[in-house]
Design a protein around this ligand. Structure first.
Ligand SMILES: C[S@@+](CC[C@H](N)C(=O)[O-])C[C@H]1O[C@@H](n2cnc3c(N)ncnc32)[C@H](O)[C@@H]1O
Length: 471
């Protein structure tokens, strides 16, 4: 059996290129509209046509011949057949192949020498998605996702970049300096700043940016790369923010901690340098100082660094130490917030962290600090007296201590609690009990792999109604 494989290419067309569409129904109309987007001169041959095709002909936008297909005239650049008659389709295919003209018989892959990909167009930026004609619905979905990810202003951005490329080529002789300026101008940082300008001022803002970059070039000053401190979300790879994903996908190096879902890292380019900074990673990067030093060294080497942390980087994420070190070295940095497990894991467990009737506020507390520590900063009276939801991170191994401290300090012992393990992942498990029972040495807590957290408060009761994940 013949196996088909497609080679993605983009055809160069001019305004004079002529295309033939055989058939005049709704599908033919879609193809006509597609061809017209690229200024092709479209001729339609069909026995009957739907009204919009007729209207296009009336307005002189296409040439219409109401007659049976009777062969290919010369000078046709491509042919699309969209008739319900397989005999006609096959004849069109044979004629086109014999003349070496690209042909597509709609929905009949074996009668196609080309497929029409799904396209996201932003002016001269064209992103095409194709599946050998085998998964058109998936291509359509991906096209919509790309449309949302690459906003319309990219049309203008690409024009600005095209001009910048010419200018930088003329002004800078050194190839690597040129490449680094163009990389900077195409970066997520510049794109975001450009997007935030009023449309009328984008060109002027970009012009300033080019001028600034060109002024650095003769001094051979290569500015440090930017470090992004990014939240990966609690586990489900879909919970990283769009900005976080953009930064991750376009970084030169990523330093990731142990809570980051490996699937997220598997989805990025193998060209990105990866550094595992988790405790399980062996001896290479054990201490916070080692991690800071590596981050600084990579940025000073001009690399864009993504420091990827589980959940939100500012929630028990040691962000202050890392950001301070960057400030000391004059390295630009940005914080890209993420969905904290304190909120995300609860949501996936069917426990909203606040609720109109049962919790008007919440506290996120470390369970890592020993409750009996003399210099403790924990105000157990305050935490126990809370009428809001209390979430303990890093505390499951101290569940009994935490429960007893809360009761000792006045929390009712029938307060419901839940332990959520692997929140937001397919392996998520939730165990519900009460403070009193949690203190019981006889309590058999099922095997709850880490990471896991404890949530204390009346919102836990809502789970009965609101469980949704894994249903
Ligand atoms: C060092 S803290 C970091 C918290 C993280 N920055 C955040 O915002 O979720 C690690 C603790 O977060 C909690 N945690 C993180 N991911 C979790 C998940 N998917 N399910 C349950 N708990 C999680 C656990 O309590 C774990 O011990």
């Amino acid at each position: 059996m013949t196996r088909y494989q497609t080679i993605p290419v983009s055809l160069n067309v001019t305004d004079n290129n002529r295309a033939l569409v055989v058939g005049g129904g709704k599908i033919a109309l879609q193809k006509i509209e597609w061809l017209k987007k690229f200024n092709m001169q479209v001729r339609v041959v069909a026995m009957t046509v739907v009204p919009p095709v007729d209207e296009l002909a009336q307005r002189g936008e296409i040439r219409l011949s109401l007659k049976p297909y009777d062969g290919l005239e010369d000078g046709i650049a491509m042919v699309i057949a969209a008739t319900g008659d397989q005999t006609v389709n096959q004849r069109v295919y044979r004629d086109a192949v014999s003349k070496g003209i690209p042909v597509n018989v709609v929905d009949v892959p074996k009668l196609c020498t080309f497929f029409v990909p799904s396209v996201v167009s932003r002016g001269r930026l064209q992103m095409t998605i194709a599946s050998n004609g085998d998964a058109p619905a998936l291509c359509r979905r991906l096209r919509r996702e790309l449309e949302a990810l690459v906003p319309p202003f990219y049309e203008h951005y690409v024009d600005l970049l095209a001009d910048a490329r010419t200018r930088v080529r003329q002004a800078v002789a050194d190839e690597s300096t040129r490449a680094s300026i163009l990389k900077h101008l195409s970066s997520e940082r510049v794109a975001t700043q450009l997007a935030s300008q009023p449309a009328m001022q984008r060109a002027a803002w970009f012009e300033n940016e080019i001028t600034h970059q060109l002024s650095l070039a003769p001094k051979k000053m290569s500015p440090p790369g930017t470090v992004y401190l990014v939240g990966a979300g609690p586990g489900d790879t879909g919970l990283i923010t769009i900005k976080g994903l953009r930064v991750l996908a376009s970084a030169d190096a990523v330093l990731f901690d142990g809570l980051v879902n490996a699937a997220l890292l598997n989805s990025i380019s193998p060209a990105i340098e990866r550094y595992d900074t988790s405790k399980r990673a062996g001896c290479a990067l054990r201490t916070q100082d080692d991690i800071n030093a590596l981050m600084v060294a990579l940025a000073l080497d001009g690399k864009t660094v993504c420091r990827l942390k589980g959940g939100d980087p500012c929630v028990f994420g040691r962000i202050t130490q890392e950001a301070r070190r960057l400030v000391e070295h004059g390295i630009p940095f940005e914080i890209v917030p993420g969905v904290s497990s304190a909120i995300g894991a609860l949501a996936y467990a069917g426990i909203p962290i606040t609720d109109r009737d049962s919790a008007s506020y919440f506290q996120v507390v470390t369970g890592h600090e020993a409750p009996e520590k003399t210099e403790s900063r924990m105000n157990w009276k305050d935490i126990a007296g809370s009428k809001g939801t209390v979430v303990f991170l890093m505390g499951v191994h101290r569940l009994r201590d935490i429960a007893s401290k809360l009761i000792e300090n006045g929390k009712p012992d029938d307060t419901p609690i839940a332990i959520i393990s692997h929140g937001t992942l397919p392996t998520q498990t939730v165990f519900e009990t009460t403070l009193a029972t949690a203190m019981d040495p006889e309590l058999q807590i099922p095997e709850m792999p880490r990471p896991a957290l404890i949530v204390v408060g009346d919102v836990v009761r809502l789970r009965k109604e609101l469980t949704w994940f894994g249903q």
